[in-house]
Write a protein that binds this ligand. Structure first.
Ligand code: G6P
Ligand code: ZN
Length: 542
């Protein structure tokens, strides 16, 4: 019998974070590490027997090996079928789409998202449920319990499956279907967006650059932008996925995608620029001479989504994570639709999308998406922007200025202090928590604290509660600072400080962002006692 039962014991630290289990690649490569976690997933969902799963990843180092392990474990646990992307590749939104479209029981996605790849970089593994979305906290808690109690796992000792050829294969009696990673996703995009209008815009000389950052969106962007939409060859940059993302950091923000930003800031730059991350769920949007913050992008897309066929009948509601700026709420108020505020983590949008309460969702962390899948979707955001640009016939800068004149502007930036010692990160948060009650009325430079609290969420659909989701300090006059520790970092603690300041329609809407936010930054630095870090500057500003 080729299926074997192997004795094992619990491995510490297999707690799924904001988006699955993220660790250094070498940790994942330790004997039994992947096996323990995958068996714990199967055990947490009452076994894999008779079930169908989607499996794929962003192609980073160790993707191919981990997929073979998962296939052999699925077979040994009695799964009926696994659908895998050719070469083991599937972007996160494409995996979400396949889970839904094929009515499968769930999926395993291998990625550490925007974190670098390689043997000395990061790896990750996440379980998504049958709605296509990340496992909710109830499921991840059960997975954790199983990782702490595991005594054995099951694995087939059959040979590896050749994932390079499309079509049907078998592994120890389990069906394996190897699909083109792009086909189904592209069909979905063609249903949602006005490809004819976008094609006509490219034909009339509109120029763009899409930076795939050597990651998974290369094949998707090449097929859709340069193929179906007729953008000239060379529109997609860094379009061939590599195991270490060209030794880069596949995070589409102004720091890690600086070459693209520089291109868009040049006088002779293209009309539009965009980038996506390692696994294709994040996006960055740029126009000639302008960077659009993710919070503003969510607001503009909410205001203009009706211009795309998939959203022509309007939106049910919009949802954003708490640290995301309130710009989208202002649009929702004008449209007369609901606005929801959730904790950080795409999984919190799942219930709102399933219940039809929200149509579009977004996060400050470069995530935007809709009810078409249950993950955020980088290329979807790019295509919706292209659809809006094609229909409005205006530049990105003109659309932004019009937006701010209509709704006012939420100046916004996130300051990250990366790789702090974990104890220091914890101490900053516990000191903030301890001082919350005394903050109101205190003055920091030009700003006075109006109120402060720690964010809790009551899910309006299933009634579940999530506590300790970030500390919020509201200042008189409408500014806000939020503090939380990242749940996706793999190196010590990353403190995220989110700064926001609202300027109404009549105010100065064209200030430089960091300059506009300086009073909030200074107050936040003092309130959190960040001098103790010895840092005067954040590691990254988005
Ligand atoms: C992932 C999740 C997002 C989340 C982001 C930031 O990308 O999918 O939903 O906003 O991580 O998480 P962090 O805990 O690092 O701030
Ligand atoms: Zn990602």
């Amino acid at each position: 019998m080729p299926a074997q039962t192997i004795s094992t014991q619990p491995i510490d630290g297999q707690k799924p974070g904001t988006s699955g289990l993220r660790k250094k690649t070498r940790v994942f490569m330790e004997p039994g590490y992947v096996e323990n976690f995958v068996q714990s997933i199967f055990d947490a969902i009452d076994g894999a027997a008779g079930k169908t799963f989607v499996v794929g990843g962003d192609g980073r180092f160790f993707n191919a090996e981990a997929i073979q392990t998962i296939l052999k474990m699925a077979a040994a646990n009695g799964a009926a079928k696994v659908i895998v992307g050719q070469g083991g590749l599937l972007s996160t939104p494409a995996a979400s789409n396949l889970i839904r479209k094929r009515g499968t029981d769930g999926g395993l996605i291998l990625s550490a998202s925007h974190n670098p790849g390689g043997i000395d970089a990061d790896f990750g593994l996440k379980y998504n449920i049958a709605n296509g979305g990340p496992a909710p906290e109830g499921v991840t808690a059960r997975i954790l319990e199983h990782t702490k109690a595991i005594t054995e796992y099951k694995i087939s000792d059959a040979a590896d499956v050749d994932l390079s050829a499309l079509g049907a294969a078998t592994l120890d009696g389990m069906a394996v279907e190897i699909v083109d990673p792009v086909t189904d996703y592209q069909l979905l995009m063609e249903e949602l967006f006005d490809f004819d209008a976008i094609r006509a815009m490219f034909a009339s000389g509109f120029t763009m650059r899409f930076d795939a950052m050597h990651a998974v969106t290369g094949p998707y962007a090449t097929a859709i932008l340069e193929g179906a939409l007729g953008a000239p060859a060379g529109t997609v940059l860094n379009g061939t996925p590599s195991v270490d993302f060209g030794k880069g950091h596949p995070d589409p923000n102004p720091v890690w995608a600086k070459p693209l930003v520089d291109m868009l800031m040049a006088d002779d730059g293209p009309d539009f620029g965009a980038a996506s991350d390692g696994d294709g769920d994040r996006n960055m949007i740029l126009g000639k001479g302008i960077y659009v913050t993710p919070s503003d992008s969510l607001a503009v897309l909410t205001a203009n989504a009706h211009l795309a066929p998939g959203y022509a009948k309007g939106l049910a509601g919009v949802a954003r994570s708490m640290p995301t700026s309130a710009a989208a709420d202002r649009v929702a108020a004008k449209l007369g639709i609901d606005a929801f505020e959730t904790p950080t983590g795409w999984k919190f949008f799942g219930n709102l999308l399933d219940a039809g309460k929200a149509t579009i969702c977004g996060e400050e962390s470069a995530g935007t998406g809709s009810d078409h899948v249950r993950e955020k979707d980088g290329l979807w955001a790019v295509l919706l922007w292209l659809n809006v640009l094609a229909k409005r016939g205006e530049s990105v800068a003109a659309i932004m200025q019009d937006h701010w004149q209509t709704y006012g502007r939420d100046y916004y930036s996130r300051h990250d202090y990366e790789a702090l010692p974990s104890e220091e990160g914890d101490a900053i948060m516990s000191d903030l928590r301890a001082g919350l009650a005394d903050l109101s009325g205190q003055t920091y430079g030009a700003l006075t604290v109006a109120s402060a609290d720690e964010f809790s969420y009551l899910d309006p659909v299933d009634g579940s509660e999530s506590h300790k989701q970030g500390i919020r300090v509201f200042f008189e006059g409408g500014a806000r600072a939020v503090f939380r520790l990242s749940g996706t970092g793999t190196d010590g603690a990353t403190l995220r400080v989110y700064l926001q300041m609202y300027m109404g329609e009549g105010g100065d809407l064209l200030q430089e962002t960091q300059a506009a936010l300086e009073p909030v930054r200074a107050a936040a630095y003092e309130i959190a006692g960040l001098a103790r870090t010895g840092r005067t500057e954040p590691t990254v500003m988005t």
